[in-house]
Design a protein around this ligand. Sequence first.
Ligand SMILES: *Cc1c(COP(=O)(O)O)cnc(C)c1O
Length: 417
Amino acid sequence: MNTLRAQLGQTDPDIFAALLAEEDRQRRGLELIPSENYAFPEVLALLGSAFTNKYSEGYPGRRYYGGQENTDIIETLARERACALFGAEHANVQPLSGSPMNQAVYLGFLKPGDPILAMDLSHGGHLTHGAPVSHMGKLFDFTRYKTDGEGRIDFDKVRALAKKTQPKLIVCGHSSYPRDIDYEAFKAIADEVGALTMADVSHTAGFIAAGLLNNPVAAGFDFVTTTTHKSMRGPRGGLILCKKEHAKTLDASVFPGLQGGPHMNQVAATAVTLKLVGEPAFKAYAHGVLVNAKALGKALAARQVKLVTGGTENHLLVIDTAASFGMDGAEAQKLLDQIGLTTNKQVIPDDPRPPMRPSGIRLGTPAPTARGMGEAEMESIAALLTAALCASDREKVLPALAAEAEALCGRFPVPGL
Ligand SMILES: *Cc1c(COP(=O)(O)O)cnc(C)c1O
């Protein structure tokens, strides 16, 4: 590995310098973006492995090119492990990332113009759930449900919209919703109107696998989609679970419908990830993430910080920075960057402000927990964050807070670096 790095440094000093700088940034800073995490070291090793070189269009046992004796092994294991972990009947591990994974479900099971009911982006949904700026948002007739005044899913509203719009598919799941989801309630509504069901658990798959959050497979969902790189700490990629009756159509939708050759280095890394996620050490990690999120929420609330829905049941928190600190999320994100706390600006339910200057920021505990931080550190993070956002004499206060944050990070090495 070291000789490879030395070679890279010689071949392309510019890229090598950027790599070193990025490693340094990740070590010295605190990653609080809830969709980010540190991939398992085994994942990093496989992503740079010989599997990168192989074309494997098709599925195990039915490939277009020769030389598949090893790729068939890894993809079969990945599929079996995914099914065992979530209790699913079928798994497709080829989606190149989260966006094509959701597209594969829409394009494989619906016709252009078909009605779909999904969660509004500003209420916690994802771009790929039919946001008007996305191609899918234009191709299908999305209706977007919103949360109630507290920021929670309002099932009476969802049911009324489902009855009115008669969707072919009901989508739930989120990128910014701090509560667990009642999948059975969604399934009951879908059954009332004869809709298919899809849960996009990209943010929460690790906690579902660990048995700590509700499992949409157990609730009888037709499709469960998830990225592999967020709470599960795998490679960047997508995974789709479905009922057996949908398996053939789904596989054809991913390939050849939407994609060409799968990235076999990613598939190999997904297989290892699914093995690790099934082990007791991961369960302890996932539990730690949720305990830390609650502790961070409590520590922030104790400092009069206003949180959407008042707290969290999962790994993420949304702070209303406008109400708490009189500043928009973009300004808060920039200030926190200056002390080494990486967060992202976030629209809040019914946000009166524009997306580039929304009312909040989003925080999560997957990455700090992966570094080994616990409840005491969550208290420190809450103190640093509020001190930075309340500071009146920024030039004096921010450098001191930055030094404190760096010292905190220095005690917790980044896995894999
Ligand atoms: C991250 C995410 C995606 C998209 O994944 P990409 O890999 O960025 O394309 C889809 N859905 C949800 C809910 C997500 O959080």
